[in-house]
Write a protein that binds this ligand. Sequence first.
Ligand code: AMP
Length: 446
Amino acid sequence: MTFATLGLIEPLLRALETLGYQTPTPVQAKAIPPVLEGRDLMAAAQTGTGKTAGFALPLLQRLTMEGPKVAPNSVRALILVPTRELAEQVHEAIRQYAEHLPLTTYAVYGGVSINPQMMKLRRGVDVLVATPGRLLDLNRQNAVKFSQVQTLVLDEADRMLDLGFSEELRGIYAALPKRRQTLLFSATFSDPIRALASQMLTNPLSIEVSPRNVAASSVKQWVVTVDKKRKTELFIHLLKKQRWGQVLVFAKTRVGVDQLVERLQGLSINADGIHGDKPQATRQRALDRFKAGEVQILVATDVAARGLDIDDLPTVVNLDLPIVAEDYVHRIGRTGRAGQTGEAISLVCADEVELLSAIEVLTRQTLQRKEEPDFIPEHRVPVTDASGQILKKPKKPKKPKVSGGGAGKRNLGKWVDSGDVAAEAPAVKPVRKVPAFNTGPRKRKP
Ligand code: AMP
């Protein structure tokens, strides 16, 4: 199968040739024909499967072949994404695909000045990539009107809900023309997403190109158990011992990111960090330098987990496990992309056993454990498996001497007790019985 047989027009084929895309990926083969026909789509596709081109190519073709010229302060296609980085990345891909088309494209997101965005929107743009919060702001200030929108794309839709964008999505949805095409893309499909889909899509075609919630099989995954306080030391040990090249490291909190970067830089290791507290320009610069190979270790919170396309990234390390199990799939999706092999290593302490268990249940696999002789933990991590069983309870931390909490309170351990005000996910409710399965909204700005 070729892109030409899928019905794409010559200017798009030329752009794809320049990019070196020879054959459509499965999601592209399945999505392009129905989207060209104008159908609504609900697509479950893993990260790195080529889903951006899956929706962008037919969308660009339809904009070129059909519909009126874009009016001032208007847009003809809206692509909503959860984070600023993803907005930049998706826009860059679209700009390349549209190279030979008479269409204008632009990206808007929060964290940067709104005025240049308002200026740019004055003449209207054919394709606008946006994060929901900033888009709604622009709409409320009449900088962008939705009356001409013929296609809406929700990319990483589950992530938008996770990040607490459901209000904004509702606001945008209410302002959109009722007659339009809607495409919903998501790596994972939770029940809230299916509910959103039933509200926003009309008679959608469902496509799925990979099993639900399973990471790319080309990624070798394992766990090293360790005491919490020795994680940084273990990371530095493994970095040297395994002779890792470029590594993307995920930490739970902004403070955790900064501390590891500082420690590595202190050892003259070329490291940088990205998290939600840093200005957008700094985040983008760190990412660009990492992509260009100028930075060896990039430490990030989950802000960086989704959708970022980093070529040839061999290694992802979870310094901390994610609180939401699905984030694990997205984190390790940064490696093993487009058929390459990669490795994903998680440093797991006893406090994280429930998170580990939830990841194993979600991904339907028991993660292999490897111990490092000098780092055998004092607090052993109980044995877990893909059935969700935890074979031995971890030792309970000693009760505090002064009792103020009342009897019968569940001991939530350090994950929720650390008092880390700079945690990247501040609105995650501390009390959660099964932490990894919370699909409720997490109020976090992109
Ligand atoms: P995505 O899943 O959209 O983030 O795409 C992942 C990566 O695959 C990006 O670097 C794309 O440029 C690349 N890609 C997408 N489609 C193709 C294709 N048909 N052939 C080769 N590379 C592709």
